[in-house]
Design a protein around this ligand. Structure first.
Ligand SMILES: [Fe+2]
Ligand SMILES: [Fe+2]
Length: 385
């Protein structure tokens, strides 16, 4: 979460409800179950298509226009179209229901790249939209049985529930700015935004349509959580690999992990505020050291041996626990503590290390040292506080 209690009290009631969802740990079981169910969306080509990587930004907001547009038109026809529009209204309801599946899957592909607080809201957003889809499916069924009045009432109920779901979707994209976008939108445009216009002005309708939001602490949290998701996928790839390809899969994982941990050790942990946050950071550093030692032992083992599998299972559990602890205890405080310059620094470092991951060679310890040196050398010196 990136909204302090004091800030939250100043919010309008709907936004306070959305922030309360971000902080509701009771949603974590549903989040964990859905994370397991949607894992293939992280690394598959389908996931990239659904995230809109071919478009330059997220696909999901575009697809939501399909069911919501058709359902809105349905109620307009119900209210003012008269008996002659009943067939058209029924077809619109049905087509809207058919459009739900691709829209929802594109949303899950986005959702997987966000941090836990955002994922809690995403679960509530999805539950509301699923309820709306059921109401519209009921509306379609009623219309098929010539019970048009019942169908119209169910459609209006669906509109109300879809409106609440849409509000949470707006919270995620507008307030939390979690929609994925091409990295090219992170740089020059952000600097221009930092300089600001010469005079305050209304938004220019002729401006570039793909204006990127100014990166914030929540973008850093999202980027780190996205790398955690990638690490989870790489861990699974090692576990699923046969003996012959296990070594190369492990190399991919360790090259990626080295860059990620280097950024955290050099830039992220030192930027955390004092008190509990620093204590949490110390625990994470201790865990990172322990994971490094466990990986040292793993690298001595034959990838096809049973002891390799046992040691790897321990490491997988340790890394998963470590990433969850960072997301739960460290990242919310980090987002609040970051200055604009810190945000740019960390986002650039994460991106650079991700790009360098595939080219790293040697043991994990060697790759980690090289990655830390890269982070220190290629970036301006991090702030001391
Ligand atoms: Fe870490
Ligand atoms: Fe991490």
């Amino acid at each position: 979460m990136t909204t302090s209690d004091q800030d939250a009290r100043r919010l309008p009631a709907p936004a306070r409800a959305a922030v309360a969802l971000e902080q509701n740990a009771g949603l974590d079981r549903a989040v964990d179950a859905l994370r397991r169910a949607t894992g293939p969306l992280d690394t598959s080509a389908l996931g990239a298509v659904l995230r809109g990587e071919w478009l330059g930004h997220a696909l999901h907001p575009l697809l939501t226009d399909l069911p919501l547009g058709m359902w809105t038109a349905t109620s307009v026809l119900d209210l003012v179209g008269g008996p002659g529009s009943r067939d058209a209204a029924r077809r619109l309801v049905g087509l809207g229901v058919l459009a739900v599946a691709p829209t929802a899957v594109s949303g899950w592909a986005e959702w997987r790249r966000t941090d836990r607080a955002i994922q809690r809201v995403g679960v509530a957003h999805a539950a509301l939209n699923a309820t709306a889809a059921l109401l519209y499916a009921g509306s379609w069924t009623a219309r098929r049985r010539d019970r048009h009045r019942v169908g119209a009432v169910l459609a209006l109920a669906g509109a109300g529930v879809a409106g609440a779901g849409g509000y949470l979707g707006g919270h995620l994209t507008s307030a939390r700015k979690i929609s994925s976008r091409h990295p090219a939108f992170e740089g020059p445009r952000s600097q221009a935004a930092e300089a600001g216009p010469a005079t305050p002005a209304l938004p220019d309708p002729t401006a570039a349509p793909l204006s990127a939001p100014h990166p914030s602490g929540s973008d850093v949290v999202g980027a780190i959580a996205a790398q955690h998701a990638k690490i989870t996928a790489l861990l699974q790839a090692v576990g699923a690999a046969g003996p012959e390809e296990r070594g190369s899969r492990l190399g991919e994982l360790l090259g990626y992990l080295a860059g990620h941990e280097a950024v955290e050790e050099v830039l992220v942990h030192p930027l955390l505020p004092g008190g509990d946050a620093q204590e949490a950071a110390r625990q994470r550093v201790t865990e990172e050291d322990g994971i490094g030692q466990q990986i040292d032992r793993l690298e001595q083992l034959e990838p096809g041996s049973p002891s390799f599998s046992t040691q790897f299972a321990l490491i997988e559990e340790a890394i998963t626990h470590h990433a969850q602890a960072e997301e739960r205890e460290e990242l919310p405080q980090l987002a609040r503590a970051l200055r604009d310059s810190d945000v740019s620094l960390i986002l650039s470092a994460l991106e650079a290390q991700e790009a360098a991951a595939a080219g790293r060679r040697g043991s994990f310890a060697e790759m980690l040292v090289a990655a830390k040196n890269d982070v220190r050398l290629s970036m301006p010196a991090p702030s001391a506080n």
